[in-house]
Design a binder for this molecule. Sequence first.
Ligand SMILES: Nc1ncnc2c1ncn2[C@@H]1O[C@H](COP(=O)(O)OP(=O)(O)OP(=O)(O)O)[C@@H](O)[C@H]1O
Length: 297
Amino acid sequence: MTRTLRLDGVDRSFGDRQVLKNVSFEVAAGRMTGFVGANGAGKTTTMRIILGVLSPDAGEVRWGDTLLTRQDRRRFGYMPEERGLYPKMTTREQVTYLGRLHGMDAPAARRATDTLLERVGLGERGDDLLETLSLGNQQRAQIAAALVHDPEVLVLDEPFSGLDPLAVDTVVTVLRERASAGAPVLFSSHQLDVVERLCDDLVIIADGAIRAAGSRQQLRDSYTAPRYELVVAGDAGWVRDHPGVTLVELDGARVVFDLPAGADEQPVLQAALARGPVRAFRPVSPSLTEIFREVTQ
Ligand SMILES: Nc1ncnc2c1ncn2[C@@H]1O[C@H](COP(=O)(O)OP(=O)(O)OP(=O)(O)O)[C@@H](O)[C@H]1O
């Protein structure tokens, strides 16, 4: 059964420093939710609270309609920030061992391990000691370790750090499959381009407080001014002086500009047509980096 994971009003302090302030958001079943924020914003602390490694000072974590229990958490897959593999074990032994810790019998753990190592591109590395793997391959092993027991929920702290672009794609495919099967997937990342490509929903945290949460489209619609790109035949410099326009980029015949929310963009197009041919005119979606900057500043 798939359910939504929900944080509600979570506070947490270390000493007299409050690092999480009334944190509430949800990770819906079947959705990849990207968790982004600057260094020290509170991502790891939030994930540790979800996993029960830390307790909140206030607030709760719910799994569907009920409070999350220790029993529920056994069915979670967690990739902690501090990578915890045993350097002297082989890749296969390590992943199988973690499957056993999650209650799998030995043949099932071995089968799942072999399938997963293949999937993350470590099929040839099963008998290698973990300490002899490159960092990127250790990272892949860590991902296999988080998935071996076929978890119902995935919580992954920086799963893409240190991976080359091909490995990112491999891991993305594996995580997508889990989401498609109905698991809520929460992952943190500093790589906004990866998050933008991969996530369905986004949660943005700054200084321990949630600044924005929702689907990519919702965030785009609510947090940035309508933006347009115009390409004309001559010089587009005149757009700067058009009423309501805020210039974002100007490069000869190409201009990108913002208008106030709700403003009509057609007068700009008409003004361009009155001056000569128009090669292109289209709305531009803001990038996640721009949204991030806007909500965290
Ligand atoms: N055990 C702890 N004791 C004291 N302070 C802590 C502890 N764990 C985290 N903090 C502080 O809490 C704040 C949030 O840290 P956290 O690791 O959750 O941030 P983060 O968003 O995961 O950062 P990063 O992207 O750098 O990993 C930081 O200021 C950190 O120094």
